[in-house]
Design a protein around this ligand. Structure first.
Ligand SMILES: Cc1ncc(COP(=O)(O)O)c(C=O)c1O
Length: 406
């Protein structure tokens, strides 16, 4: 288990809640107002030529601001918070979680390189590999998310990056991150992980040897389903420079309003995540008792095949999990009746907001290394901040309604 603190050289070790409340703001630089005002702007003015030229040569993480695209006070404060939570040297914020996936791939891969991508990855991450990267001349091999140290056998002389997502956000395999990171570190291969499910509160990949951590800040950090934003955290300085230069070269930008909204959401992240976690566990345990359900895919349940790895490495779980319905229940007509009669669960993509969601997916065609062999429909639940008893009642009624459909 990782520790419940973040460490800053100037402040010593603090509990997560304290870090979330205090990092990324400086009231007395803003007339005492608790939150930093929103700095909208492209142009930054300099009084002298020396100042302008000097600003062009400094690190854009700590030096003077140069141009809105390269960072502004609101992005810098959010990046400070992200780096602190993950224990990295710095972060880069970009306009969506998907941009946070593409920037590190483009930063560390060139024509002729080989990429190992987990077969459990988020669909659009797979698409980047088969479209943009393929066109660039980067070859991707999808690997079994449960490979662990045996991933070594898949490494080639040209393998530059191993990409992880743990747990997979549709299929929920938990990866042996320390084992994979150890192999890659020994072979000089960069490791990148999509850590959106756990957030740094429940899993800190850099402590387990990972080089680059991705967060779709659209989800739990923002917490309200009202913005899109992504963040990438770097383990060391040269990694951060490579990420920042790539993001700038592609014109990536995180709007100050969105950075402010995200940081606002993060102040209450610990409290919200605890509620998502406990409610999701209540609903997941209830689903396990239902005859309509073949399997619940929640890493924190002892029935999950990777529960031991999850218990070893994670501090907690979140509000997202899956379940496979029994084949006769998951037929199209039953599924349609079940999903459309839910009153409290919205049907739609994304997750991490205050409201509960459900989506049905079919991942059988996309899997390459670890075939998906379940016959029944695959559902993914995002459990929001509602009363879990109401959610269970809603699901009970929907199962009852679906059972009436011939
Ligand atoms: C695991 C994971 N990573 C990244 C993303 C992309 O985030 P965004 O929707 O902000 O582009 C998502 C979106 O659902 C996701 O589920």
């Amino acid at each position: 288990m990782t520790s419940d603190t973040t460490t800053s050289p100037s402040q010593g070790a603090h509990g997560i809640g304290t870090t979330l409340a205090h990092v990324g703001r400086d009231p007395h630089a803003h007339h005492g107002f608790v939150n930093t005002p929103i700095y909208r702007g492209s142009t930054v003015l300099f009084r002298t030529l020396d100042q302008l030229e000097g600003a062009m040569c400094v690190n854009t993480r700590t030096g003077p601001f140069v141009y809105g695209l390269m960072g502004h006070p609101n992005s810098r404060e959010l990046e400070t918070m992200l780096a602190r939570l993950d224990g990295g040297v710095g972060a880069v914020v970009v306009g969506s979680g998907l941009a946070a996936v593409s920037v590190p791939l483009l930063a560390f891969l060139s024509a002729g390189d080989h990429l190992l991508m987990t077969d459990s990855c988020y669909g659009p991450s797979r698409h980047i590999c088969t479209s943009v990267l393929a066109r660039m001349g980067v070859e991707t091999t999808f690997y079994d998310p449960r490979a662990g140290a045996s991933i070594e056998a898949l490494l080639r002389p040209k393998t530059r990056v191993v990409f992880l997502e743990s747990p997979g956000s549709l299929s929920f395999e938990v990866q042996d991150v320390p084992a994979i990171a150890r192999v890659c570190r020994n072979r000089g291969v960069t490791t990148i992980i999509d850590n959106t499910w756990a957030t740094p509160l429940h899993f800190r990949p850099i402590e387990h040897g990972i080089d680059v951590v991705i967060h779709a800040l659209t989800k739990y950090q923002s917490g309200n389903s009202d913005i899109l934003l992504g963040g990438v955290v770097a383990r060391d300085e040269s990694t951060w420079v490579q990420l920042k230069q790539t993001a700038e070269a592609h014109g990536h930008y995180a709007h100050p309003d969105d950075c402010m909204q995200c940081l606002r959401g993060m102040r209450s992240l610990e409290v919200r995540l605890a509620r998502h976690e406990s409610s999701a566990l209540a609903v997941a345990r209830w689903l396990e008792s239902r005859s309509e359900v073949a399997q619940v895919l929640h890493p924190a349940l002892p029935s999950h095949p990777d529960h031991a790895i999850w218990s070893r490495d994670f501090r907690g779980s979140s509000g997202l999990f899956g379940c496979v319905l029994r084949p006769h229940v998951g037929g199209r007509a039953h599924l349609k009746a079940f999903l459309e009669s839910l009153r409290l669960f919205g049907m739609g993509f994304s997750w991490g907001g205050f409201e509960s969601l459900v989506v049905a997916s079919d991942i059988r065609a996309s899997r390459q290394a670890a075939p998906w062999t379940h016959d029944g429909a695959l559902l993914r639940f995002q459990i929001g901040l509602e009363d879990p008893r109401d959610l269970i009642s809603d699901l009970t009624a929907a199962f009852a309604h679906a059972a009436t459909v011939v």
